[in-house]
Ligand binder design. Structure first.
Ligand SMILES: CC(=O)N[C@@H](CCC[C@H](N)C(=O)O)C(=O)O
Length: 373
């Protein structure tokens, strides 16, 4: 390990924090920024995020790179010598990589400025409730709004040195899904006097799983996942309450509407058949990540001339990203960065190959230099 950005990644890896609570993360990044030459750099904070402006030599436009900052409520199961110091939290979606790459890009351009300006955004709360939309609306960003945005996401399935992307949709539309069921608790021996929300919730999970297979056009991909289920207090008490937590993913907006209508129909059916109350909350919703076709095509053509990187034109993924809100307003693209680990995103054993950090810093700085010549 020689790169300072690998060292930074390891420090960030040890302090994963929930969305909008990235206090230590923000301080660590501010401390790193303070060590850099300050003459071209301006720094603003917004909530737990950071905006960094680097003045170009003769600017005509402004490029942007965005890195997300939050960790996930996952217990780390790696055997790394620098594990998470926050019990039950882990950088299991690569945001430690995304941030150290952002710092690498800043470090490069404060030392070797390009002609145009650069804004690097460290954005909180990507995993939820979503920091992109409020950051875009923040006063701090208005006069620093980039003309073009780039972001990346680590990809466990590709070898180091691989970049994968595509024009148009890269990531799906998402909606969180929280369902509360309220029935009547009681003694385990008197089921006829109670109204058991474990039965209602499990029936509901089964019915929700018919939506994608029976109601959505098979050529229009969609996912309904229930990732968390809670009900009951003790083995001999009938559960009064149940809660399901999940997420909906679709490639089209029409399918998202249809799925939500079906969920509401199923909820009404559960209410009437189990004589209970069902409340639905869609939490935060993310816009699809739609890569600007012209800029993405140009990036891919440019990458094909780069011997150090292998380009893969990938298919869409059903992952979500609030970077979609940036791309709705500002032309740009996102790409996958190969980090070659057998364990997927949101897995406690995720151990991305750190050599990818230099690949990304090199690719992004070379791309901005190419764009700005
Ligand atoms: C890249 C990635 O894994 N992103 C997350 C985004 C979460 C969106 C939202 N909180 C939801 O769960 O719907 C993902 O789970 O795809």
């Amino acid at each position: 390990m020689s790169s300072p950005f690998i060292a930074l990644r390891r420090e960030l890896h040890q302090i994963p924090e929930p969305g909008f609570q990235e206090f230590k993360t923000q301080q660590l990044l501010l401390d790193q920024l303070a060590k850099l030459p300050q003459d071209r750099m301006n720094i603003r904070t917004w909530r737990t995020g950071i905006l960094v402006y680097i003045k170009g030599t003769n600017p005509t436009k402004r490029f942007g790179y965005r890195a997300d900052m939050d960790g996930l409520p996952i217990t780390e199961e790696t055997s790394l010598p620098f594990p998470s110091q926050h019990p039950g939290y882990m950088h299991a979606c690569g945001h430690d990589f995304h941030m150290s790459i952002g710092m690498g890009v800043i470090t490069h351009f404060v030392q070797q400025p390009m002609r145009d300006d650069l804004v690097v955004l460290f954005q909180p709360a990507e995993e939820g409730p979503g920091g992109a939309m409020p950051m875009l609306a923040s006063e701090e960003l208005q006069d620093w709004m980039p003309d073009q945005m780039v972001a990346l996401h680590i990809a466990p399935e590709y070898p180091v040195g691989t970049i994968a992307t595509r024009p148009e949709i890269l990531f799906a539309n998402t909606s969180e899904l929280f369902i509360d069921l309220l029935g009547k608790g009681g003694h385990a021996a008197y089921p006829h006097q109670a109204n058991d929300m474990i039965i209602a919730a499990t029936q509901m999970v089964g019915q929700l799983q018919t939506i994608v297979s029976r109601n959505v056009n098979p050529l229009d991909s969609a996912v309904v996942t229930i990732g968390k289920m809670e009900a009951g207090t003790k083995q001999n008490i009938i559960a009064e309450k149940g809660r399901l937590e999940g997420t909906i993913r679709t490639l089209s907006a029409a399918s998202m509407d249809k799925i939500k209508k079906r969920i509401e129909g199923i909820a009404a059916g559960i209410e009437s058949s189990f004589e209970c109350q069902v409340t639905i909350d869609y939490g935060s919703n993310y816009r699809q990540v739609f890569n600007d076709p012209a800029l993405t095509g140009e990036f891919m053509t440019w990458l094909r001339t780069n011997d150090q990187v292998q380009l893969v034109e990938c298919t869409e993924a059903m992952t979500g990203e609030d970077f979609g809100y940036f791309l709705e307003r500002i032309p740009g693209f996102m790409f996958w960065l190969g980090v070659d680990t057998p364990h997927g995103l949101h897995n406690g054993k995720l151990d991305p190959d750190e050599r990818a950090i230099e690949v990304a810093i090199h690719t992004i700085t070379a791309y901005f230099n190419f764009k700005t010549q």
